[in-house]
Structures are given as C-alpha cells and as structure tokens.
Design a protein around this ligand. Structure first.
Ligand code: GLP
Length: 246
C-alpha cells in the first residue's frame, strides 16, 4: 500500500485528483468507480478545474458509483445522483449515458441490485475505485456486520452513519434508513483503489482499517488484502498511523 500524508484537506484533494487524472490520461476510456461524501469533493473540484483549463477530458470515461440512498429521487438534493451531477458530472464532458448510480426509487430493490451488479460486471473491473471511509470504517454503505457482503445489496444504515450523515439533512429523522450499495466483492474487483480520508474524526477508522485485524466489523479492513491500494489522507486523519521511518 502506498500512503500519501498531506498537510490539509486541499493538499489531500490535489493529490487525489492527480492520481485520478493520471488514470484518465493513461487510459482515456477507463472505468472509474466513484464515491460521494465530503472527502472527495475537493478532488472533484480540482478535476473540474483541469477540465475547464483544457487539460483533462472525460469524454471516454465510464463511471460507476458506489451507492445511493434507498427512497431518494435522483433530483433530491441529498441523493447521490444529485451529488454527482452537481459536484462533477455537470461540469465536465462525461457522457450522461456513461454514468451509473443505483436507482434509489426502484420499486424492487433486489431487482435493482441485480441490475446494478450486472452493469458493473459488464463495465469490467474499475481501473480506479475511489473510496471515502465512514467513521465506523464503512466503505460504500457496507456497514459493520458479521460478514463481508459480496455483491450489490440493500442495507440498513447504522445509527452511527445516520448520525454522521444527518448534517446534510434538515434532521436525523430525514436521513433515509436504507441504501443500495455495491458489495465488498464488487469493490475489491477494482484494479486499483484510492482511499481519501480527512479530519480527526477519521483517524480511528483509518487506524483500524489499515493496522487492525481484517474483520467485517471494520469493512474497510478488507482493503489490506487488495494488491494495489493508495491511501491519501491529511495529517489529522493519518495521525494514528506511524510516521514514515518511525
Ligand atoms: C457516506 C458514503 C460513503 C462515504 C462516507 C463518508 O456514508 N456512503 O461512501 O465514504 O459517507 O463521508 P464523508 O466523506 O462525508 O465523511
């Protein structure tokens, strides 16, 4: 695993954006696994800037997002489809038909999970999968549990996640209780995984994910088994990892 320890959120975002841009430049028709949340927003902002300067094109890129709240319409301002449109897709030249986010309004969630898993399989392994970390070590919306879910599935969100994500909603009561998420198996198929983590409230998750036992109680700990992981974090998120050479 390669670790980039950056001084703050902006430096972390620039580093993450450089890695994503390098992927796109070296394979313009790559498959990008994309993530939502506050951690990747700065990286998306930087990618948009490079696109606007004429340095980066998404015209051939195919994208597949990790997850979506179940019950939110694509135009709901807290849906992950809306997030992706506003924080990236609407500002770059990616073809709308090449973007994929689970359908939060699917009448039959089980069917939607199968459709999404099939779509991800058709696209093939993500060349680069971007991941944030939940405070409880979740990836996508794979919450701590007694096994590693393999494929895209409907999940009940934990109280910790509902509380963490309540900041985006009018109240905790408005946070959806369920989500559709890629499975751990879907995520682990990616050729390369880029984890971004910022802030002191991620220090515990980073520490247990990368130095603790591999357990579904800390879903991100499975990443220790992936052959090509890059962790980009700021000082506070990486504060519990030993400094290089220590
Ligand atoms: C949500 C998303 C995750 C994300 C996590 C952390 O729960 N499903 O994919 O990594 O939040 O978000 P943030 O980056 O805002 O801390």
């Amino acid at each position: 695993m390669r670790i980039y320890r950056e001084k703050d959120y902006d430096a972390m975002s620039r580093r993450a954006a450089s890695i994503i841009a390098a992927q796109i430049l070296s394979k313009p028709d790559c498959v990008l696994g994309l993530a939502t949340g506050s951690s990747p927003v700065g990286a998306y902002r930087q990618l948009i800037q490079w696109h606007k300067q004429g340095d980066l094109s998404f015209a051939g890129v195919r994208s597949v997002n990790l997850d979506e709240y179940y019950g939110l319409a694509p135009d709901h301002d807290q849906s992950y489809r809306y997030f992706m449109q506003h924080n990236l897709f609407d500002h770059v030249d990616i073809k709308p038909e090449n973007t994929n986010v689970p359908d939060g309004l699917a009448a039959d969630p089980a069917e939607e999970c199968l459709r999404y898993e099939k779509k991800a399989a058709e696209l093939g392994p993500a060349d680069l999968q971007l991941l944030g970390l939940g405070r409880n070590g979740h990836i996508g919306f794979n919450e701590p549990c007694d096994h590693f879910p393999r494929i895209t599935h409907l999940v009940d969100l934990t109280e910790s996640t509902i509380e963490a994500n309540a900041r985006f909603f009018a109240s905790a009561g408005d946070v959806p209780r369920q989500a559709l998420t890629m499975g751990i198996g879907t995520i682990m198929r990616a050729r390369k995984i880029l984890v971004v983590a910022s802030g002191a409230d991620k220090a515990g998750a980073v520490y247990s994910a990368f130095t603790g036992p591999i357990t579904p109680e800390v879903p991100a700990s499975i990443l220790q088994l992936h052959p090509d992981v890059i962790l980009v974090g700021d000082e506070s998120a990486l504060s519990r990892l030993a400094a290089p050479g220590a």
